[in-house]
Structures are given as structure tokens and as C-alpha cells.
Design a protein around this ligand. Structure first.
Ligand SMILES: Cc1cc2nc3c(=O)[nH]c(=O)nc-3n(C[C@H](O)[C@H](O)[C@H](O)COP(=O)(O)OP(=O)(O)OC[C@H]3O[C@@H](n4cnc5c(N)ncnc54)[C@H](O)[C@@H]3O)c2cc1C
Length: 290
């Protein structure tokens, strides 16, 4: 449980961090809450030449609505999400997600930016951000780049971040009347990673039909899964048991999980369907529907 040697840097500003990352090259890593990275280093599943700790940079921790977006700073912790009034009132899907990640000690340090940047298909925020059609802001030597989350996850633990880029902000479309969302996760015991998870964010029009819908799945493939066909199917529907069941079935067809100690392929795929169905129902309730 002792990591290989590395040099540690604690820049005070974003500019300093970006300059450091530029000079240190590909073997350096960003350290945020350390809740994924430090276990990997301690177990010697990875080695780094340098750690650039972004924890002392001010101004990267916030949750606020601005213009047509909810903005979340890249270093915002899960605990801060749990305590956010704006999330409780208007973005319950994000509160659902933060609450089921690990345990309070981990959530005090783990950051939303780190959760996404890590690219783990078992992490909970990716599915939720896919459902929400969020964007991330990557800041590097060339300035800021805005990346749609639906383009962000590129493969097993792979993301669209380039070496030296820091995920500084997450942008979520602002809550509108008729919006509802939910995240549900099946875990073997409290605090565990998901055996399966489903996130649903939808909007109901004034006539009761679904006008937009996004569905994301956790631990359902080698990268976070966006179940686009299932969401598209729901759009234009007046929600009924049959329509909800068919959307959930379509969501599960997007899943291609691997068997592991959390379950077989069949079990995880079935649970993805069951959780998607329940999440659609909760999202509809929260949107003011049936
Ligand atoms: C006991 C335990 C249980 C856990 N259970 C869950 C769970 O149930 N669900 C879940 O989703 N997660 C879980 N996790 C994982 C962890 O909570 C998340 O992955 C965490 O949010 C990572 O954030 P961090 O700030 O700690 O990132 P770090 O560990 O500091 O970094 C993780 C990776 O992301 C990179 N990185 C971090 N921040 C940035 C940034 N701003 N810009 C660019 N790159 C960055 C780092 O270089 C590193 O590669 C668990 C962890 C532990 C220790």
C-alpha cells in the first residue's frame, strides 16, 4: 500500500497548474480529491512521475444557475452537491447520484470533475450527465474547450481530455417547467459501486407528451452508456405502462456489461431494464406527470 515515488506540486492558480502540466508532460497526473487516483497508486496499478494537486486553487468549487445553465465547478465535492439547495429543489437527479456514491468520508473529498475525468464506467456521475445532456469545460494551455458529455467518454477509462487539460466546469441545461429526472443504482451493499444503474432526465410538454428524454446507464459496458434509442422512443409519447416498458427494454439493449463478482451479463442487463423503468416512472412523477 505504498505508492512508487513521485514529485508533488501544489499550484495556487489555474494558470500555474496548466503551466506545470505543460512542462511535466504525459507522466504527470492531476490530483483532485484523490479518491480514485490514490488507491490506484497505492495498489501500484499505476505510477506517475508527478502529481499536480489542484486542491488549493480557489474558484473551482461552486453550484449555481447562470443564464441558461446550471454550472458546477470541477472541484465541487459530492458533499457540496448533497448540501446544495438548488439541486434539491430543481435537479433531484444530481442529488440522487451524489447520495449513492461511496460513503460520507469519500464524498467529503471526491469531486464531480474527478468522477467524470476518471472515465470509470462504474462511476455514477457519467450516466447522470449523459441523461442530462451536460457539457464539460476543459481548460488547457490553448484556453477553454467545451465538450458535450455524450462525446466525452471514448473507451475503457478513456475521455476526450488531452494531456494537460483540467476539467474546470460542468454545464447542465437549466431546469425548465415540466423537467423531471432520477438516478437509481443497485449496489450489493451500501457504498459499493453499482451492479447496474440508470439515469433518466425528461421533459413533459403542456399536453402531457414527452418532449425530450435522455437515458444513461452505469456499469453497462466498457464505457458509460448513453441509451439514445430508448430516449428517442419516449419523445412524442404520452406515457403509458407499455411505452415505459418498451423504453426500458430499449435501454437495456444498449447495455453490454461484463460478468464480474457483482453479477452475470444476464442479471446486469435485466437490472438495467428494471432500473431504467423505475427511473422513468420517478422522472415522470417529478416532472408532474403520472
Ligand atoms: C471506497 C470508495 C468507494 C467508491 N465508490 C464509488 C461509487 O459508489 N460511485 C462512484 O461514482 N465512485 C466511487 N468511488 C470513486 C470516486 O469517488 C470517484 O471516482 C471520485 O469522484 C473521483 O474524484 P476525485 O476528485 O477523488 O479524483 P482523483 O482520484 O483525484 O482523480 C481521478 C482521476 O481523474 C483525474 N482528474 C481528477 N480531477 C480532474 C480534473 N478536474 N480535470 C482533469 N482530470 C482530473 C486524475 O488525474 C485521475 O486520473 C469510490 C472511491 C472509493 C475510495
Amino acid at each position: 500500500m505504498i505508492p512508487a515515488a513521485f514529485d508533488y506540486h501544489a499550484p495556487a492558480t489555474l494558470e500555474e497548474a496548466i503551466a506545470l502540466l505543460g512542462s511535466l508532460g504525459e507522466e504527470a497526473k492531476i490530483l483532485s480529491g484523490g479518491q480514485s487516483l490514490l488507491p490506484l497508486l497505492k495498489l501500484r496499478l499505476g505510477e506517475v512521475s508527478d502529481l499536480v494537486d489542484i486542491g488549493r486553487i480557489e474558484g473551482l468549487e461552486y453550484v449555481r444557475e447562470e443564464g441558461d445553465r446550471l454550472l458546477i465547478g470541477g472541484r465541487t465535492t459530492e458533499t457540496a452537491l448533497e448540501r446544495s439547495d438548488v439541486l434539491r429543489d430543481r435537479y433531484p437527479i444530481l442529488l440522487d447520484t451524489a447520495r449513492v456514491i461511496a460513503d460520507p468520508l469519500v464524498r467529503n473529498r471526491a469531486t464531480v470533475g474527478g468522477n467524470l475525468a476518471h472515465g470509470d464506467p462504474a462511476n455514477d456521475h457519467p450516466a447522470t450527465m449523459l441523461a442530462l445532456d451536460a457539457e464539460v469545460v476543459a481548460t488547457g494551455a490553448a484556453g477553454e474547450r467545451v465538450i458535450a458529455v455524450r462525446e466525452f467518454f471514448t473507451g475503457f477509462f478513456g475521455t476526450a481530455l488531452s494531456t494537460g487539460e483540467i476539467l474546470t466546469e460542468i454545464r447542465v441545461p437549466i431546469h425548465q417547467s415540466g423537467d423531471g429526472g432520477a438516478y437509481l443504482k443497485l449496489e450489493r451493499k451500501v457504498g459499493d459501486f453499482a451492479a447496474a444503474g440508470a439515469a433518466v432526465q425528461l421533459r413533459l410538454g403542456s399536453d402531457g407528451t414527452v418532449t425530450s428524454a435522455g437515458i444513461g446507464l452505469t456499469n453497462a459496458g466498457n464505457k458509460p452508456v448513453f441509451a439514445g434509442e430508448a430516449g428517442s422512443f419516449l419523445v412524442g409519447q404520452t406515457p403509458s405502462d407499455d411505452a415505459i416498458a418498451e423504453a426500458a427494454r430499449l435501454a437495456s439493449t444498449a447495455a453490454s456489461p461484463s460478468a464480474d463478482r457483482r453479477g452475470s451479463v444476464e442479471y446486469k442487463t435485466t437490472m438495467a431494464r428494471v432500473l431504467a423503468e423505475r427511473a422513468i416512472r420517478t422522472a415522470l412523477e417529478r416532472a408532474g406527470g403520472n
